[in-house]
Ligand binder design. Structure first.
Ligand code: BGC
Length: 736
């Protein structure tokens, strides 16, 4: 055991500056101030309010999420805002004919554990946005996956603050590399869709700082987003968009954030209170009860309940971001530019291939060696395309959807179950010209089973569609797919299940099938990506960014708080949003900061698959975990490809940290991702951000690493504890 004693006090900002290459030069401040100083009082009320763009005909609005008028006299462009979790979203694309490239889902990108892939994806969608004349992407979803059933999990980056913060931060940085603006959203603890406009996320400050806020803090440090979008929900009783603690104290105070806070669409409830609590801009004002940041804000200013300085600051923050991102010096073209969709689809495909996770591979059934064999491909509309998630982030794919289904009784009237035209079946047929493929849609279990009996191998595609605005009612695959898989597994020993899901699902049939592959929502070229992973053209490189529970009973809240059924006139049932719900609390103090794998560890529960898990087609050995002699917060180790194929290893470092309740808790503190040839060995290093070892000391408002021995683990997942070492640290105190 190596003993190291540290006594130091460093600020998080210093740490960030040391690690971030994106420290902004000073000029944006001076340039922004000079412009805002020239604004008349009326001009200062222009950019603080934006309209909902779907039906907008104002000014130079593009039909998309939002539009904010600019101020021509001062050279300030209007803001043309598009949604952007996975690509330039175009829910109105059916009407406008607009299409775009879609990345795989946020969780799929997070499953790559590759910050460069996240960056390249962000850069690609940002370039499409720019070419389509947008200058704001409402990207950067970083809400933690606290519930496997959250309808928007596919938009986010997982359950761990470090992984989520790094991946979302890099994606934002990629978007903004085009000199356009990105958000990070939804600030904060908007961790379920059911009742999102009325619920209050109850969570104590220390837990909040160590979990959801830490993900935002890291994403903001890395990505330097122009804007932070405050969420619909309340936090400890106070709406996110009028939450002085969140916006003024934490974001603008402790984190010294210089950008602006924009509201989510329809999340503003006041003028003076919201403005004084830190909201700088009301988005999509027609969705709120009042145009709060229009006449009501003007009245508040006249009546003295909002100061002139505050209005100046709101404008300063917006304009400063124009300069900081380079938008002012690199204006977005006013006419659409050509887009190379073919090469952008390759960027998406690369991310999808790297994020697909092989969960089970009995008898090395994968990579598929098919020869002249008969293969049944069953279900999931694999003959036409791949699934995508619904809601405001929906991309209308190049070539138009392969299939669009109106969901039964959906709460979100705008949502359509959309398949992108990239057929896994066709990609497999192309990849294996000598094999005989037969497709069956899986609707009739008996017919599908008969086919399975008569083939050498079965690939069953099982899908779970999710959408913004409603949670998944349970963790099961819908539409009888579990029964279908059971029946196929009973008919044929060689069944490979390919899942396209928003997030974790239960797998009651797991023991009976030979292979399981989690393909998430795999994006524009998803069919091709799936075929290439199944074929072993690339290694199975994805690792879970989220724990897969065996069932919802293992979750901190086995029932979704506030979930109520709604029946439409046809008797169809849907769930979600408000339906006139009265305010209710979601008790996140149950798990506190112990989200996901930490909860499982704390409760001594065995999940179906832990965080970080995923099988490679080769075999890696990890060894030599040791502390760097010159830095107690750095570990060195060695990874070897001990197999016969090239492969990608993702060694992870976890630390056992004394929890505030006295129970030690395991936390991911770093990882590496490395491509190795057969037999190749590589020495690797992970530097640990001390905040990940700290608990938040609320009384003193500082991160505190307690003195003591910290057990460090090098593993292939959060449940792997084969290689360990210990570091002895003395107390460390860090300003937030
Ligand atoms: C979503 C946001 C989105 C906004 C604009 C809201 O419903 O929560 O993520 O950016 O709409 O479309």
């Amino acid at each position: 055991m190596l003993k190291l004693f540290l006594t130091m006090a460093v600020s998080a900002a210093t740490l960030a500056a040391a690690t971030s290459t994106f420290a902004q030069p000073e000029p944006p401040d001076a340039r922004a101030k000079a412009i805002v100083d020239q604004m008349t009082p009326d001009e200062q009320l222009i950019m603080v309010k934006g309209s909902f763009g779907w039906f907008s005909k104002s000014g130079d609005a593009v039909i998309a999420a939002g539009w904010v008028p600019g101020i021509k006299r001062l050279g300030l462009p209007s803001l043309r805002e598009s949604d952007a979790g996975m690509g330039v979203a175009n829910l109105m694309g059916k009407r406008t004919g607009d299409v775009a490239t879609s990345l795989p889902s946020g969780l799929a990108v997070a499953a790559t554990w590759d910050p460069d892939i996240a960056y390249r994806g962000g850069a690609m969608i940002g370039s499409e946005a720019r070419a389509k004349t947008f200058n704001v992407l409402l990207a950067g979803g970083v809400n933690l996956v606290r519930d496997a059933r959250n309808g928007r999990n596919f938009e986010y980056a997982g359950e761990d603050p470090l992984l989520s913060g790094v991946m979302a931060g890099q994606a934002i940085k990629g978007v903004q590399s085009n000199h356009i603006l990105s958000t990070v959203k939804h600030f904060a603890v908007n961790d379920q869709e059911t009742g999102r406009n009325v619920l209050s996320s109850r969570i104590d400050e220390a837990s909040l700082r160590e979990s959801d806020l830490l993900a935002f803090e890291l994403a903001i440090e890395i990505g330097q987003p122009a804007s932070v979008m405050c969420a619909y929900n309340r936090i400890n009783g106070v709406y996110a968009c009028e939450n002085d603690f969140l916006l003024n104290k934490v974001l603008k105070g402790d984190w010294a954030y210089k950008g602006w806070v924009m509201s989510d669409w329809g999340s503003v409830h006041s003028a003076a209170l919201a403005a004084n609590s830190g909201l700088d801009h009301q988005s999509g004002y027609t969705l709120d009860k009042k145009p709060w940041f229009g006449a009501p804000l003007k009245d508040a200013l006249a009546g003295g309940s909002v100061s002139r300085n505050r209005i100046h600051d709101m404008n300063f923050r917006i304009v400063r971001s124009f300069y900081a991102t380079g938008l002012m010096d690199n204006p977005v073209p006013i006419t659409p530019q050509a887009i190379d969709y073919a090469s952008n689809a390759k960027v998406s495909q690369e991310a999808a291939e790297a994020g697909i996770v092989v969960l089970k591979n009995k008898g090395n059934i994968l990579p598929l060696v098919l020869g002249a064999r008969k293969v049944a491909v069953i279900g999931g509309h694999a003959d036409v395309g791949v699934l995508s998630g619904g809601g405001s982030s929906q991309v209308r794919p190049v070539g138009g959807p392969a299939l669009e289904i109106v969901p039964k009784g959906a709460a979100a009237a705008f949502a359509r179950i959309t398949y992108f035209p990239s057929s896994p079946l066709k990609a497999l047929e192309k990849r294996y010209p000598g094999s005989q493929f037969t497709f069956n849609n899986g609707d009739d279990v008996a017919v599908a089973t008969a086919l399975a009996r008569d083939t050498d191998l079965v690939i069953v595609f099982a899908n779970q569609w999710a959408t913004e605005s409603e949670d998944l009612v349970n963790m099961n695959l819908p539409d009888n797919q579990d029964a279908l898989i059971e029946a196929l597994a009973a008919a044929n020993k060689k069944v490979v299940v390919v899942l396209q899901t928003s997030g974790p699902v239960a797998m009651p049939w797991l023991d009976k099938v030979a292979g399981v592959v989690e393909a998430w929502y795999p994006g524009s070229n998803g069919g091709e990506a799936i075929a290439r992973v199944l074929a072993g053209d690339v290694d199975a490189a994805g690792r879970l960014p989220v724990t897969f529970p065996t069932a919802a009973t293992q979750l901190p809240r086995p029932e979704i708080p506030g979930l109520i059924e709604k029946k439409n006139s046809k008797g169809e049932i849907s769930y979600g949003l408000d339906y006139g719900l009265k305010a209710f609390d979601v008790d996140y103090n149950i798990e506190g900061a112990n989200v996901g794998y930490r909860w499982f560890e704390h409760q001594k529960l065995k999940p179906l698959f832990p965080l970080g898990y995923g099988l490679s087609y080769t075999r890696f050995t990890y060894s030599g975990l040791s502390l760097d002699p010159s830095n107690s917060l750095q570990v060195n180790f060695t990874v070897k490809n001990a197999g016969k194929r090239p492969g990608i290893a993702t060694p992870q470092i976890y630390a056992s940290v004394p929890g505030r309740d006295g129970v030690p808790v395991k936390r991911l503190v770093g990882w590496q991702r490395v491509t190795l040839k057969p037999g190749e060995t590589r020495s690797l290093t992970v530097r640990i951000d001390p905040r990940l070892l700290a608990n938040f000391d609320v009384a003193n408002q500082r991160w505190k690493v307690a003195a003591g021995a910290y057990h460090l683990v090098l593993g292939k997942s959060s449940a792997d504890s084969s290689t360990t070492t210990t570091v002895q640290l003395s107390e460390l105190s860090i300003a937030p």
